[in-house]
Write a protein that binds this ligand. Sequence first.
Ligand SMILES: *[C@@H]1O[C@H](CO)[C@@H](O)[C@H](O)[C@H]1NC(C)=O
Ligand SMILES: *[C@@H]1O[C@H](CO)[C@@H](O)[C@H](O)[C@H]1NC(C)=O
Ligand SMILES: *[C@@H]1O[C@H](CO)[C@@H](O)[C@H](O)[C@H]1NC(C)=O
Ligand SMILES: *[C@@H]1O[C@H](CO)[C@@H](O)[C@H](O)[C@H]1NC(C)=O
Ligand SMILES: *[C@@H]1O[C@H](CO)[C@@H](O)[C@H](O)[C@H]1NC(C)=O
Ligand SMILES: *[C@@H]1O[C@H](CO)[C@@H](O)[C@H](O)[C@H]1NC(C)=O
Ligand SMILES: *[C@@H]1O[C@H](CO)[C@@H](O)[C@H](O)[C@H]1NC(C)=O
Ligand SMILES: *[C@@H]1O[C@H](CO)[C@@H](O)[C@H](O)[C@H]1NC(C)=O
Ligand SMILES: *[C@@H]1O[C@H](CO)[C@@H](O)[C@H](O)[C@H]1NC(C)=O
Length: 654
Amino acid sequence: IDVFVDSHLVLPVVEESDAQANITAGCSDKDMCDESPCQNRGRCVSQGWRSYKCECHRPHEGRHCAEEYVTARFGSKDLESFAVFSSDDEPGDTVTISMFIRTRQSSGLLLIMANSTSQYLRLLLEEGRVKVQVNNFETLLGRAVLNDGHFHLVTVKLDATEAVLFQSAQNQGSMRIRPVQAHPGDLVYVGGLPDSRASASFGGYFKGCVQDLRINSKRLQFYPIATPVESYSLEQLVNIAEGCSSDNACAVNPCLNGGLCYSMWDDFICNCPPNTAGRRCEEVKWCELSPCPTTAVCQPRPQGFECLSNVTFRVESSILLYRSNLKIKRRLSSVSFSFRSRQAVTILLHAQKDSDYLTVSLMDSHLVMDLQAGASKDSHQVTLESRGPVSDGDWHTVELSMENQTLPTSRWIMAVDGGREELSVSKTAAGDLEFLREGADISLGGLSPDAGGKLSGCLGPVEIGGLPLPFHHDTELNLPRPQEEQFVRIDHEATPQYGCYGASVCAPDPCKNEGVCEDLFDLHHCTCPSEWTGPLCQEPTNACISSPCINGDCINLPGGFRCACELGYAGERCEVEADMCENSNCSNGATCLKGFKSYGCLCPQNLTGPYCELPQLPVSTCMGTRWNYSCFNGGNCSEANNTCFCLPGFTGQW
Ligand SMILES: *[C@@H]1O[C@H](CO)[C@@H](O)[C@H](O)[C@H]1NC(C)=O
Ligand SMILES: *[C@@H]1O[C@H](CO)[C@@H](O)[C@H](O)[C@H]1NC(C)=O
Ligand SMILES: *[C@@H]1O[C@H](CO)[C@@H](O)[C@H](O)[C@H]1NC(C)=O
Ligand SMILES: *[C@@H]1O[C@H](CO)[C@@H](O)[C@H](O)[C@H]1NC(C)=O
Ligand SMILES: *[C@@H]1O[C@H](CO)[C@@H](O)[C@H](O)[C@H]1NC(C)=O
Ligand SMILES: *[C@@H]1O[C@H](CO)[C@@H](O)[C@H](O)[C@H]1NC(C)=O
Ligand SMILES: *[C@@H]1O[C@H](CO)[C@@H](O)[C@H](O)[C@H]1NC(C)=O
Ligand SMILES: *[C@@H]1O[C@H](CO)[C@@H](O)[C@H](O)[C@H]1NC(C)=O
Ligand SMILES: *[C@@H]1O[C@H](CO)[C@@H](O)[C@H](O)[C@H]1NC(C)=O
């Protein structure tokens, strides 16, 4: 503007050729940011005339934020991958490390900063969270989980005293640290160490993607972008691929039982058919396939099912025999079962191999376990007995187990009915039931087919180390049991009676006299009508026991009683005073005179005797028993003519 040549203003003439020379008339100033030159949501900042700057969002870079840092894929196809950078600046004791991370792994090595003598900073994945380790010692574990398959920006800020961890701008925690000193020549390992054993000790090689890794303002580029940026120099790049492609997780057919696999980034989803469940459709809902006979109840088990039932044993029925299928891997350190019996002495379970044996029996109505097990040379012997009697015909649950299941030998515990009151602990120690795993014969309901002491009663499901001794043969099931570890029934002649039934104690009816029989499991009870008593209602009830006769003796009669009343009492229970004159023996028109417990007869003149039954003799002497009292008031009786001589003052015949 305002160009003067020799004081003359020179005006520009814009011609066609000038336009080609990129000269136009005028001088317009316009905000270059109006044209939104920054891409990928970069922020445009005007800077004077016809100038601007783009502030890019990570991971974008370049004048117009058009470029993106190249993502590095670690652990593609599970390869051991890592990158090494060398530092060439001196950041001092303030170090800020940041990067985008995408992974589905819960552990792995993210980044290690090391000088020739020590690894002074480690970033690891642990339990799906970021863990910061400074100087081998101070440790900080992030709060938020990172391994969800999405990108997360992870930032660690170290200064002289403190380390702070951020995840997508959210503070994940901080800790006090001793300062770290990064120097030129220090190495930065990303995703793993060259030594795979060393990597394994920090959770193994990282599997996932890393993008836009920075230490302070410097970039650590796996695949450099065109825009020149300050970067650490890349020393080594092993098995790392460009981009963030997914492994084909479906390639190994992870979905079982006919599930359909759908690929996701480094992951898969199984669309499971009905009757299966689980991430890999690995759980077949076996019981929905109705594998058990009607006499049993199906119970799902890991990788299989069991058909549970109760079974009734009688002295005459056969015992059941079992053996391990030799694929049992778990430790057998417990036995559990339920039973009911009224036998005081019997064998419930027995197994023996060489010097090792296990016997569970009833002795004197108590439950007893005898076990000898251990390293076969120095076997350990254990005896346990229930505190109370258990042969009462009720169901009892029993749990026998090693007190400490991690030790080779330990004391054994017997818990009856949940062990709330019944808990016995052995005095000595023994080993586990390994000999049962190794193919010892196990019998239920007796020692052996021909031996005595057979069980009469019921057993509920019996389990050894959590594995049942099945009451049904596999051939009785609609599907074979698929689980690996099994005990198998090996007897063939026995036909167990499924369910629990007591002996037929009420048929024929043992109760007499119309007593009602009640089945109490191998024991009956007669409820008698009132007039009968005794265990079988065969004894008449003693009706006199309640002393029904008030004034008399009770006489027990079949179906009742009779009262023999004391003199002077009458009524069914001698409860009324008798009228002594009723049925008196006073005869010949004598008058009966009532008295207590007695009566007297008042005789007519010409009669005498206690009942006036005797005629009064005209000639009788005063010596007669009666006549001593004939004359009253001291009068003398004259024997001659039976006449009273009265004392002076008295007169009259008597
Ligand atoms: C004018 O500018 C255009 C685009 O900026 C360029 O392609 C061309 O070469 C320029 N012409 C001259 C003569 O500099
Ligand atoms: C390595 O780093 C540690 C911790 O920052 C420091 O104590 C040690 O002196 C450094 N060693 C060398 C050789 O730089
Ligand atoms: C065994 O008997 C008990 C007691 O009657 C009963 O509760 C249980 O359901 C039975 N178990 C099976 C598998 O039938
Ligand atoms: C079992 O024994 C081990 C080794 O003695 C011990 O560490 C552990 O605490 C014990 N466990 C129980 C449940 O007693
Ligand atoms: C009547 O006399 C008979 C025979 O001597 C005797 O057995 C009976 O008890 C008497 N009756 C009464 C009510 O005294
Ligand atoms: C007693 O006397 C009555 C009349 O006084 C007479 O009828 C009766 O026959 C006499 N009985 C005897 C046994 O003498
Ligand atoms: C009646 O009297 C006579 C002579 O006095 C005497 O021997 C007799 O024992 C008396 N009888 C009674 C019952 O008292
Ligand atoms: C009664 O008789 C006795 C002897 O027989 C005689 O001693 C007595 O005096 C008489 N009494 C009267 C009142 O007659
Ligand atoms: C009875 O006999 C006595 C003498 O023994 C006599 O004195 C009396 O008169 C007699 N009585 C009658 C009623 O006969």
